[in-house]
Ligand binder design. Sequence first.
Ligand SMILES: C[S@@+](CC[C@H](N)C(=O)[O-])C[C@H]1O[C@@H](n2cnc3c(N)ncnc32)[C@H](O)[C@@H]1O
Ligand SMILES: [Zn+2]
Length: 265
Amino acid sequence: MKSLLCPVCKNELSKNVNAMRCENSHSFDIAKEGYVNLLTGSKSGNLIGDNRDMARSRKNFLDKGYFETAAQAVCLELSSFNPSSVLDICCGEGYYTQLITQVCDAEVYGFDISKEMVRLAAKRKCDATFFVANMSDIPLADSSIDCAVHLFAPFCEKEFLRVIKPGGCLISVCPGADHLWEMKSALYEKPYKNEEICPDIEGFTLTKAFNSTHTANLTSGEDIDALFKMTPYYYHTSPKDKEKLFSLDSLETTIDFYIRIYLKD
Ligand SMILES: C[S@@+](CC[C@H](N)C(=O)[O-])C[C@H]1O[C@@H](n2cnc3c(N)ncnc32)[C@H](O)[C@@H]1O
Ligand SMILES: [Zn+2]
């Protein structure tokens, strides 16, 4: 197991009953669900990142398997590297982290800045270590991770470069051009396709970029609502447009993951 690092002094943390402690006596409680909160200062982890409602919607929706085909495509790429350690950056409520534990014989770590997300992830009881942290200050040693996955989340190139080993990989997923096209068409008169970009990341070489696309048949208003709530559109759509979606009780929509694979030089 890799040691997590103390967010205050950067020394290694070790387990001491129900806490993680460093040699300078900085101490972080292990929650009853088994995760540790390594955010310091005023950033409590309750106030930032995705909130309780967003976390629950994401979990409810993903657990129904609507994204599974694309999620398995990510796992297939990951397992081809035969990693011995995997980090799920911005792991959310742990749906992908759990799948990773099922396909890779590796030490698996997942973190997110949202305490509620990490709490739900840890409740999955899968064989992964979960912690609350900010990706701009990942509490792991330099070059300690073989492969990192990063789905639908913001970027922090400097930290990704630091924690991944030379020759290791970063698998980054963003919405493909057609992702949720039919949902967007139901909401908006003039929906836009997502722009697919492969940013250059210093210290990494892009080796592959492809789409994993399938159709999901959402069979209840509840599922449509849960999908909508886990997208940014929920927060930027007028009540009038929202009504158009809420009146539906089924929706066939495209799931399109744009998967980019980078190797660390
Ligand atoms: C759209 S969700 C994706 C979650 C998960 N990867 C998934 O696909 O289900 C984005 C996640 O990034 C997290 N996040 C945002 N900023 C972050 C940061 N600075 N450090 C760590 N996590 C962050 C949010 O709390 C949220 O859980
Ligand atoms: Zn310390």
